[in-house]
Design a protein around this ligand. Structure first.
Ligand code: ADP
Ligand code: MG
Length: 703
């Protein structure tokens, strides 16, 4: 046998496979697939289930299904876009098949009474469930009732110019090599770790996931589709172990780094405490002490502060800031948006200026002489605290003596940006301490699986006197009533938010919708003072509006989701959210957190577009019932998975391919223990295992 065939698969380039030229290799590389091993670990995201015929009365929007029935009606609808509508029935229910591109022969073939079998994704149409452009298959009416094809079709993560079919032939070749020579793929996770968990051998698991057996019974099919099959769990386990090992490596490396010791003499902290109009909660005191102890260490702190909306993270940050400033160092405070940055600046100014501490504000819009002047104050060390947006990451921002970096709403920043900021340490090469604050409340165990390299502090107590926000969901047909309610409430001296949302990510469209809504509301509520903020407004336009709202000079603030994070106007006590069904639970909770911050009873109206899908109804129900951000986050994680909720996809930070530490929480715990054991007993396996799962990602090698 040729030497190349027994080469380890992690050393075998995909270019050795049949049909892979430079162009295909380049596309595979985009998926992180360089070697035959990478291809084996490029696992199906999901499967198309063509093994079961689904009765038409059991369909749910969002599923891909194989259905069969007879045509009861076929017609061309003129509407906004001409389409061919074919009604399918099976004696239990009905489904609409819709075609936008069709030939005359196709129309003629759709004769009422004709049996038809098809496959496609069900969605909610205007009148009924429908499949747009289903894949048409010949009806096999003579086959045993209820059974279709007998295979699950794997669907791989793909990229432009790389089809499922070619991924299937390539994985086929990789699997052949694996079967021919099992020793070419080393299992870096010893049996001693997987056997007690009853997880199958690596090669068997890979084979099963890539090629589910043709005679798969219904239980196996279901287990694969739901990702509960032991083969799937085996790989999810390996991935979590690799992830934990990478995190431990990061943490260890940090112990070798130096940071300034921020002792502080408590002078300013004492004065701020004395000036506060409220007493700190027990949770705030505890977290302030945890951070204070870290800052006194000669190694950089990397601490994640978890705290629900309104739990009072800002004052905790202020105490850390003062400790650093007392010790003679500068602090960078980073906010995800200008709006939020402005607000932090205001809160901090109120606390720091009476102490005579200079605060600078740097946003993307600062340019020319103004910008130069700000940079000068930062560089000379005159500005002790700098609040800013992403602008703070830029290379020309140089600090005299940066001792602490605080990042608010961490999930909006990438790991890269965190690293850039960290590199702005002091002259002697010491790194700043880092405090990362997030209001995306995640269960502690999940946080440990995802951010295992960070220390955690939790604000698990709200300041006293907060009342849950009374939440109702109403269909848009009751909009007039809601507008009357806003009127009555504002006339009675309360303030309200009206939040406009759009599915489109475009800020321009969002802004347009908000403008139209504001104009409409002003026309219908001529007595109210209405303000408008959205992402397209310049700060000079936005700041006065926010200030006026805060000062009680506006009754109603129409806004886009720019107000989602951090905005703090304690007197506002009513919020209307349009189209809440389009937002995630965590985002809705954040938005709703803008009210209920004062002593007054607050309310939130979720003004949705009927009809709601079942999932949307469930989500809105959770929001109506629950006020705890942690429980809402848990529900959200269960429904949508960690990647979506935490936004890690966008942030470019840690992301799992298969594992979902929330869903597989027991396995996640086992993975943490196994990582320790692997480090202790098989240290030589650590590198290759981490490389297998995280090899192509550069975020990980660094600290
Ligand atoms: P978040 O954690 O959402 O950032 P903030 O720091 O904005 O919360 O605090 C929310 C509001 O609660 C602010 O108006 C703040 O001044 C107030 N606050 C913070 N701590 C306390 C406390 N211990 N008692 C009363 N009010 C507090
Ligand atoms: Mg905040």
């Amino acid at each position: 046998m040729a030497a190349s065939s027994i080469a380890a698969l992690d050393q075998t380039s995909v270019e050795q496979l049949k049909g892979v030229g430079p162009r295909l290799a380049e596309r595979l590389q985009r998926l992180g697939v360089l070697t035959v091993q990478d291809l084996l670990f490029h696992l199906p995201l999901r499967y198309q289930d063509r093994t079961r015929l689904r009765p038409l009365d059991t369909l749910v929007a969002g599923e891909e299904v194989l259905v069969e029935g007879w045509i009861s009606d076929a017609r061309i609808a003129q509407g906004r876009r001409r389409s061919l509508k074919v009604r399918l029935e099976d004696g239990r229910g009905a489904l609409l098949l819709r075609f936008f591109h069709f030939a005359r022969a196709q129309v003629e073939a759709m004769q009422p009474g004709r049996p038809l079998r098809c496959f496609g994704e069900v969605r909610q149409g205007p009148q009924m469930l429908e499949i747009v452009h289903p894949e048409l298959l010949a009806a096999e009416t003579d086959e045993a009732a209820g059974s279709g094809h007998s295979t699950l079709t794997p669907i791989y993560p793909a990229t432009e110019g790389l089809q499922q079919a070619s991924l299937r032939t390539l994985t086929e070749q990789a699997l052949e090599r694996l079967q021919r020579d099992p020793a070419a793929l080393v299992d870096w996770v010893p049996d001693a770790l997987t056997a007690p968990l009853r997880l199958p051998a690596l090669a068997d698991a890979l084979l099963l996931l890539h090629r589910p057996p043709a005679d798969a019974g219904p239980e196996l099919v279901q287990a694969l589709l739901e990702r509960t099959h032991p083969a799937f769990l085996r790989l999810a386990f390996d991935e979590m172990v690799a992830h934990q090992l990478a995190l431990r490596r990061l943490r260890r490396a940090r112990r070798d780094q130096r940071a300034p010791v921020l002792m502080g003499d408590d002078a300013w902290r004492g004065r701020l405490r004395a000036a506060l109009p409220f007493a700190l909660t027990g949770a705030q005191e505890r977290v302030i002490a945890e951070i204070a102890a870290d800052l006194r260490q000669p190694h950089p702190m990397t601490r994640l502060l978890l705290g629900d909306v309104g739990s009072g993270k800002t004052i905790v940050a202020a105490m850390a800031i003062l400790q650093a400033v007392e010790a003679g160092f500068q602090v960078a405070f980073m906010a995800p948006t200008e709006l939020l940055g402005e607000q932090h600046r205001q809160s901090l100014c109120g606390w720091l200026e009476p102490l005579g501490i200079e605060l600078a504000w740097l946003a993307g819009r600062h340019a020319g002489a103004e910008r130069t002047a700000i940079l000068e104050r930062i560089g000379s060390g005159a500005a002790r605290v700098v609040v800013g947006t992403h602008a703070l990451f830029q290379a020309e921002v140089r600090f005299a003596e940066l001792g602490l970096a605080i990042i608010d709403e961490q999930h909006r920043f990438g790991v890269h940006q965190r690293l850039q900021l960290r590199d702005k340490g002091d002259r002697s090469g010491r790194l700043p301490h880092q405090l990362i604050m997030t209001a995306t409340p995640i269960p502690r165990s999940l946080a440990m699986s995802i951010y295992g390299d960070l220390d955690l502090s939790e604000l698990d107590e709200l300041p006293p006197g907060r009342q849950p926000v009374k939440t109702v969901a109403l269909p848009d047909s009751r909009r007039d009533e809601v507008i009357e309610r806003v009127q009555a409430s504002c006339i009675g001296g309360r303030q309200a938010y009206w939040v406009c949302t759009l599915v489109e990510e475009s800020e321009a469209l969002q802004a347009q919708a908000a403008e139209a809504t504001a104009a409409d509301l002003q026309a219908r509520l001529p007595d109210l003072r209405i303000g408008l903020v959205h992402g397209r407004l310049k700060a000079q336009e936005r700041v006065p509006v926010m200030a006026a709202f805060k000062a009680g000079e506006l009754d109603l603030l129409v806004a886009t989701t720019v107000i989602e994070v951090g905005v703090d106007v304690p007197k506002a006590s009513l919020m209307i959210i349009e189209n809440p069904e389009r937002l995630g639970l965590a985002q809705l909770h954040q938005l709703r957190g803008r009210v209920g911050r004062g002593a007054e009873e607050s309310a939130c109206v979720l003004l949705y577009q009927a009809p709601l899908t079942r999932a949307a109804r469930e989500r809105l129900d959770i929001l109506r019932r629950e006020s705890s951000g942690f429980r809402i986050a848990e529900a959200d994680l269960r429904m949508r998975g960690a990647g979506e909720v935490l936004g890690t996809r966008q942030a470019g930070s840690i992301q799992f391919r298969l594992a979902d530490p929330m869903r597989d929480s027991a396995l996640a715990q086992a993975a943490r223990r196994s990582a320790d054991e692997l480090l202790a007993r098989w240290p030589e396996n650590v590198e290759p295992l981490v490389r297998r799962w995280l090899g192509q990602r550069d975020d990980y090698g660094q600290v």
